[in-house]
Structures are given as C-alpha cells and as structure tokens.
Design a binder for this molecule. Structure first.
Ligand SMILES: [Fe+2]
Length: 163
C-alpha cells in the first residue's frame, strides 16, 4: 500500500507490517479468504473521491489493499500506521470475503491511542473482551533504521466483533 504501481516515491507515514490470520470459530485457518483493507493516509484522508479535503491526499499511498489467504490463513500488508481524522480514533477497515458466506467487516485499532476512549464505534462494542480483541500493538521492528512498525491482528470468525 505504500508503493503505487512502479512509483519510486513511497507513501508518507510510519511504515507498518500488518499481518494476521483468518481463523474459523474452532481456530482453524481459512484459506481462499479475500482480505481487503482500507484506511486513511498520513493526512487523515481516504482514497474515496468523496472524502474530506481530497486535494491534500497523499497520491503515493494506495489506500486500499487486497490479499488472498493460503492454507495458513495468513495475510500480510505493508501499509502505514493510520492517522486520526475528525471524529474517529486510528483504525483500519477490514472486509473478509469467502465463498458461500456474507461479506464480513471489522476494524483494527491501535493500542495506547488516547482517542480510543472517545471513539463511538469502538465503544459501540460493549463486550470488553471482544472490544480488546480489536486493539493491537503497533510495535517497533527491531533493528529497523527507518522506524518501521509491526502489528498482528488475528480475525476469528464468530468471535472478532463485526464493526
Ligand atoms: Fe474509517
């Protein structure tokens, strides 16, 4: 998501290696799950043409990514740590598409972000254990000279709340 086509200028932001597994309610990996993510760029702007302040968008940021899981159920994206935009805490949208099932959506949040306390979507998940499962560490990658982060967000169908 941080490189558009063959562009040599990467997106602005804190580069984040975002990965996790798509699991069924028994904890078994789901293969052939299409994992889609979308989020704001470093200026808090979505790719969507109707988004606020669209002219200030970082054109080097993809804004949308798609990954098809293999037998391990694992997905991986190279993106940036999402920034804040008015009214919301930092979050990344996920849609999971699987054959024979309805599209399924959720959101991933950043641990330690003070705005989490005030976010109406996150607070809308009233079960605390379910809410916590959406909030993950964005931790520094050891030895990275450019300050990369890594985040691990597992999605368990039937447990991870739909957001
Ligand atoms: Fe959003």
């Amino acid at each position: 998501m941080i490189i558009v086509n063959d562009d040599i200028t990467p997106a602005v932001g804190e580069i984040t290696h975002l990965s996790g597994r798509i699991l069924d309610s028994k904890g078994d990996p789901i293969r052939d799950a299409l994992v889609e993510i979308w989020q704001v760029d470093n200026n808090g702007i979505y790719l969507h043409s109707g988004s606020n302040n669209h002219a200030a968008r970082d054109s080097n940021f993809q804004g949308f990514g798609r990954f098809l899981t293999g037998s391990s159920g694992e997905y991986y994206f190279r993106t940036i740590k999402p920034t804040l935009y008015p009214g919301r805490t930092r979050h990344i949208h996920f849609a999971i598409k699987m054959k024979g099932r309805e599209k399924w959506t959720t959101q991933c949040y950043v641990k330690g972000e003070p705005q989490n306390e005030r976010d109406f979507v996150l607070k809308g998940v009233t079960d605390l254990e379910a809410r916590e499962s959406l909030i993950v560490d964005f931790s520094p990658v050891k030895g990275s000279r450019i300050g990369e982060l890594a985040a691990r967000f597992n999605i368990v169908l039937g447990f991870t709340p739909v957001v």
